[in-house]
Design a protein around this ligand. Structure first.
Ligand SMILES: Cc1cc2nc3c(=O)[nH]c(=O)nc-3n(C[C@H](O)[C@H](O)[C@H](O)COP(=O)(O)OP(=O)(O)OC[C@H]3O[C@@H](n4cnc5c(N)ncnc54)[C@H](O)[C@@H]3O)c2cc1C
Length: 814
C-alpha cells in the first residue's frame, strides 16, 4: 500500500506533461521534497492522446522562446534519461489559400527571423517538392520552418518524470487531491486520498497542473482558473505505401493539420465551431478515456482534406479519435502565482498546445517559484490577467465553442471574440450603441472601439490592410487633434489606497515621489528589483491619507495583487472601486470651451494646471476633473459616480455640439497615444523592460530613498543603457504596423515593433520598439538608417527618441 509523506516542500497536482515538466524543472533547480500526485496514472488525462506536434513559432517573442526551449529539451531528454521521446525535427510547412493568410504567414516569418527562428517563405511549387502529396492548385504561398518537429507525448512525459525522479522527486499515482489548505492567505497543505485513505500533507507550495480538472482544483483553493474542456478530433489512416518521411503540414484555411508517423497520416482538426464537453463535471473514473466519435462533425474537414491530399481517398481510416482538452477564454494558457492565494501556482489551460508549451512553461514557472518573480515577461500567459467572473461556467461554455477554432483562424489585427460577450458594460453602453459604437472586449468590458457613421455597417471587416473603420478612426483622430473628442474609459481599473500609512506604502512601491499636496496627480511606475516595470499608473492624492490609483482595465487584478502582496503591517486599506465611477475623457484643443459650458468651476492653467485634479459641478451633478491625457492634448478625465454618468454624458454632448465634439473609440485613443509615443503596458513596457531603457526615467525620483527598484535604476545609470525605446514613422503612408514587425537597422534585424498604429496626424504608420544601443550616444543611435520589415518587405522609417507629436508637450499644457 502507498504511504503518502506527511510533508513536502511542493505538491504538484497532476501527472500530465505539465505536472511532470514542473517536477523535472524544480528538481533541476535543486528543489528537494517535491511530491507529484496523480489521481490515476501518469499521462491518463489529455496528454496520452496528443498528436505530438511541436512547433517553435508563437505570437510573441517570449512565447517563441519557450516553445524553442521545449523543442531543444525534448531532443536532449532521451540522452539524459534513457527514455525515447520520439522527438524528430522533421520541419513544418504552413500553406495559405488566401492572400490575407499569406500576409499573416509572411508577417509571422519576418517576426520569426527577428526571434532567431530559422524560417523560409516558399513558393507553392517548393511546398509541393517538400510535400509531394499536397494539392497546390489554390495555394498562394507557404512557409517552411526546418526545426519544427513532432514527438511522442506519453514518452516525453515519462522521460520528464524519470528525469525528475532521478533528481529525487517523488511521484505517486492513484493519489487524488481532495482539499487544499490555507492560512492567512497562504497555502499550508493538501489532503490526498489513496486507496480510500485520506492523508493531509503539509507543504509550502502547491502547483495546479490538473489540465481540464484545473478549474475544480482552483475552486478548492478559492482561485478562479477559467477553462472548459472541448472535444478535439483527429483520424489516423491505415499505412500508406510509399508515403515517405514528411514534414508536419498545416492548412489553417481548412482547419487541418497533418502528421506523418510510421507510414500513416494523422489528420487533426481545429474547426471553427467546437463541441464543449464536461459541462456536468468530468466522470470520476476518467482514465485514458476517449469520447464517442462524431463523424458528422468531422466530415467537413475530411472532405476538404481528401481534396488537399488525394491519397487519403484511397486509404482506409484506422482510428477515429476524439479526446477532451481544456480551453481558456483568450486561447492562452495560465502560468504563475494566483493573486488570491500565496504559493498557489498554476500551469494549465493549454489550448491544444500543451506538449509544445510544457517544456518551456515548466522551466519558466520553476524559475518564477525560485525567485518570486517571473524570469522574463510572461504577461501573455500570466494568471493575473484573469477576471474573477471568468470562472463562471456558462460564460466558459459559451466562449469555449469559439476558442478551439481560433488556433487556425485568421489572426487579424483587432480581431474580437464573437462569443460570450456583454458581461461588463459601462453605464453609457446603450447611449454609445445608439450613436453608432462598434464594441470590442477587454477583460470582459465592452468598449466602444470606433463609431460607425449613420447607415454604415456596424461590423468589423478584418484584413491585414486597411479595415473598414480606417476612415472612421481618421475622422475621430483629427477631431481630437483639431477640435475635441469624448471617450468612455470606464474600463480603467480604479483603486483607493488609504489609511495612516498610505503615503509611506506608496512611496515604497512607486518610483515617482508621492509626497505631493492633495490635488496633485503623479504619473509613475511600480518597479521590480531589476528596475523592470510591474505597473504603469497615475496616482491622485485625494487627501493626507487617501490616494486614487488609475491603471489599465486589463492589469487591474495584477496591480491589486502587487499592492496587496507588498503590504506588511502598515495601516493601509486597498479597495477596488472600479465599478463605482465611470470615466469620460474630454480631449482636444476645444476641451476647455466645452467643459466651461457645463461647469461653473475654474479650469484655467492657474487653478487647474496639468497634473492636478479638482472636484467640480457638472450639469446638475458632480465629478472629479483630472487634468491628464493619454492622447497628448489639452483635456480632462472626468470621474463620475456611475449613477450620474448618463446625465453628465448628455450634458457634455449637448455643450459639445457647438465645438464639433465627436465621440471617439479606443482605436483612436491608441492611434493618438502612439503619435505622442506614450507607452502601453504589456506591449512597450513590461516587467523585463528597464524603466530607463523604456525612456521613463523622468518619472523616477532616485533622490527618494527606499523604493523598490531604486538600486537597479542607480546601477543602470552607472553602467549605461543597453537599449533604448525608439519611435518610428514609415515614410511611405500606405503600409500598416500592428506589432511584432522586424526593426532593421543599417540592413540588420535588431528587434521587433512592440506596438503600432496609424498616425493620422503625422501621416503614416507609427511604431515603437527597442533598439540595442550599448555604449552608444543618442546621436549615434539616430545616425543609422532604419527600416521596418513587414511580411518580408522592407520600408524606410524615420526614427526618434522624442515623441514625434508635440515633443515639448505644449499642447497638453495649453
Ligand atoms: C486530440 C488532441 C491532440 C492534441 N495534439 C497536440 C499536439 O499536437 N501538440 C501539442 O502541443 N498539444 C496537443 N494537444 C494538447 C495537449 O495534449 C494538452 O495541452 C496537454 O496534454 C495538457 O497537459 P496537462 O498536463 O496540462 O493535462 P493532462 O494531461 O490532462 O494532465 C492533468 C492530470 O491531472 C490529473 N488530476 C486532475 N485532478 C487531480 C487531482 N485532484 N489530484 C491528482 N491528480 C489530478 C489528471 O488525472 C491528469 O492526469 C492535443 C490534445 C488533444 C485532445
Amino acid at each position: 500500500m502507498t504511504i503518502l509523506p506527511q510533508k513536502a516542500r511542493v505538491v504538484i497536482i497532476g501527472g500530465g506533461v505539465a505536472g511532470c515538466s514542473m517536477a523535472y524543472h524544480l528538481a533541476k533547480l535543486g528543489w528537494t521534497d517535491i511530491l507529484l500526485l496523480e489521481r490515476k496514472q501518469l499521462t491518463s488525462g489529455t496528454t496520452w492522446h496528443a498528436a505530438g506536434l511541436i512547433g517553435q513559432l508563437r505570437a510573441t517573442a517570449n512565447m517563441t522562446r519557450l516553445a524553442k526551449y521545449t523543442a531543444d529539451l525534448y531532443v536532449k531528454l532521451e540522452e539524459e534519461t534513457g527514455v525515447a521521446t520520439g522527438m524528430r525535427q522533421c520541419g513544418s510547412i504552413s500553406v495559405a489559400l488566401t492572400s490575407e493568410r499569406k500576409e499573416e504567414l509572411y508577417r509571422n516569418a519576418s517576426m520569426a527571423r527577428a526571434r532567431g527562428v530559422d524560417v523560409e517563405e516558399i513558393a507553392p511549387a517548393e511546398a509541393k517538392a517538400r510535400y509531394p502529396h499536397l494539392e497546390i492548385g489554390d495555394v498562394v504561398g507557404a512557409v517552411y520552418i526546418p526545426k519544427d518537429g513532432q514527438g511522442d507525448p506519453a514518452n516525453i512525459t515519462q522521460a520528464l518524470a524519470k528525469g525528475a525522479r532521478m533528481l529525487g522527486a517523488k511521484i505517486v499515482e492513484q493519489a487524488k487531491v481532495t482539499a487544499i489548505h490555507q492560512d492567512k492567505g497562504r497555502v499550508t497543505g493538501v489532503t490526498a486520498v489513496v486507496d480510500g485513505e485520506a492523508t493531509t500533507i503539509a507543504c509550502e507550495h502547491v502547483v495546479n497542473c490538473a489540465g481540464m480538472w484545473a478549474h475544480g482544483v482552483g475552486a478548492m483553493a478559492g482561485v478562479p482558473v477559467p477553462l472548459h474542456a472541448c472535444e478535439h478530433f483527429y483520424i489516423v489512416t491505415e499505412p500508406i505505401p510509399g508515403l515517405g518521411r514528411l514534414p508536419v503540414l498545416r492548412v489553417p484555411d481548412e482547419c487541418a493539420y497533418y502528421k506523418e508517423d510510421a507510414g500513416k497520416i494523422l489528420l487533426g482538426a481545429f474547426e471553427s465551431v467546437a463541441k464543449p464537453w464536461g459541462m456536468d463535471g468530468i466522470p470520476e473514473d476518467f482514465c485514458f478515456d476517449q469520447l464517442p466519435e462524431d463523424f458528422d462533425h468531422f466530415e467537413p474537414i475530411l472532405e476538404k482534406a481528401v481534396k488537399r491530399f488525394p491519397l487519403l481517398a484511397e486509404t482506409g481510416i484506422h482510428t477515429f479519435f476524439n479526446g477532451p482538452e481544456s480551453f481558456t477564454p483568450d486561447d492562452r494558457y495560465y502560468l504563475g502565482e494566483a493573486p488570491q492565494l500565496r504559493n498557489f501556482w498554476v500551469a494549465c489551460g493549454f489550448n491544444s498546445i500543451g506538449i509544445q508549451s510544457s517544456g518551456g512553461a515548466g522551466m519558466a514557472l520553476a524559475q518564477w517559484m525560485q525567485d518570486g518573480e517571473p524570469p522574463f515577461d510572461l504577461w501573455d500567459v500570466d494568471i493575473r490577467r484573469v477576471q474573477p467572473f471568468q470562472a463562471n461556467k456558462t460564460y466558459l461554455y459559451r466562449r469555449s465553442v469559439e476558442t478551439l477554432g481560433l488556433l487556425y483562424a485568421d489572426h487579424f489585427p483587432y480581431r474580437q471574440m464573437a462569443s460570450a460577450r456583454g458581461v461588463r458594460r459601462s453605464p453609457l453602453h446603450e447611449h454609445l450603441k445608439t450613436r453608432g459604437a462598434v464594441f470590442g472586449e477587454v477583460a470582459g468590458w465592452e468598449r466602444a472601439n470606433w463609431f460607425a457613421r449613420p447607415g454604415q455597417e456596424r461590423e468589423y471587416r478584418y484584413s491585414w490592410k486597411r479595415q473598414n473603420w480606417f476612415d472612421n478612426e481618421r475622422d475621430e483622430h483629427l477631431s481630437v487633434r483639431n477640435r475635441v473628442g469624448l471617450f468612455d474609459m470606464t474600463s480603467f481599473g480604479k483603486i483607493r489606497v488609504e489609511g495612516r500609512d498610505a503615503l509611506a506604502f506608496l512611496q515604497r512601491l512607486c518610483a515617482n515621489d508621492m509626497d505631493v499636496p492633495a490635488g496633485k496627480i503623479v504619473y509613475t511606475q511600480m518597479l521590480n528589483e531589476r528596475g523592470g516595470i510591474e505597473s504603469d499608473l497615475t496616482v491622485s492624492r485625494l487627501s493626507d491619507t487617501a490616494f486614487f490609483l488609475v491603471v489599465p482595465g486589463a492589469t487591474l487584478q495584477r496591480d491589486l495583487a502587487r499592492l496587496r502582496r507588498h503590504l506588511t503591517d502598515e495601516f493601509v486599506v486597498i479597495t477596488d472601486v472600479t465599478a463605482a465611477e465611470s470615466v469620460l475623457c474630454l480631449m482636444g484643443p476645444r476641451a476647455r470651451d466645452v467643459i466651461k459650458k457645463v461647469s461653473p468651476n475654474d479650469f484655467s492653467n492657474e487653478n487647474n494646471p496639468f497634473g492636478t485634479w479638482q472636484k467640480i459641478e457638472i450639469g446638475m451633478g458632480e465629478a472629479r476633473a483630472h487634468r491628464v491625457t493619454y492622447v497628448g492634448e489639452l483635456g480632462w478625465e472626468l470621474y463620475v459616480s456611475t449613477d450620474q454618468t448618463a446625465h453628465v454624458f448628455e450634458a457634455i454632448e449637448d455643450a459639445g455640439a457647438d465645438f464639433g465634439l465627436k465621440l471617439c473609440g479606443l482605436h483612436t485613443l491608441d492611434s493618438c497615444r502612439i503619435e505622442k509615443a506614450f507607452r502601453h503596458f504589456g506591449h512597450d513596457i513590461t516587467d523585463e523592460d528597464h524603466v530607463l531603457e523604456a525612456g521613463l526615467g523622468f518619472a523616477v525620483k532616485t533622490a527618494k530613498p527606499g523604493f523598490i527598484g531604486r538600486d537597479a535604476v542607480l546601477c543602470r545609470k552607472e553602467a549605461g543603457l543597453e537599449r533604448r525605446m525608439v519611435q518610428f514613422r514609415l515614410t511611405d503612408p500606405t503600409p500598416l504596423l500592428f506589432h511584432n514587425e522586424a526593426i532593421v537597422r543599417d540592413g540588420k534585424i535588431v528587434g521587433t515593433v512592440t506596438s503600432g498604429n496609424y498616425g493620422h496626424h503625422l501621416g503614416g504608420a507609427i511604431g515603437m520598439g527597442y533598439v540595442p544601443s550599448k555604449g552608444e550616444s543618442e546621436v549615434e543611435l539616430l545616425a543609422s538608417s532604419y527600416e521596418i520589415e513587414i511580411a518580408g518587405e522592407r520600408f524606410a522609417a524615420e526614427a526618434s527618441l522624442k515623441p514625434m507629436y508635440d515633443p515639448k508637450a505644449e499642447r497638453v499644457r495649453a
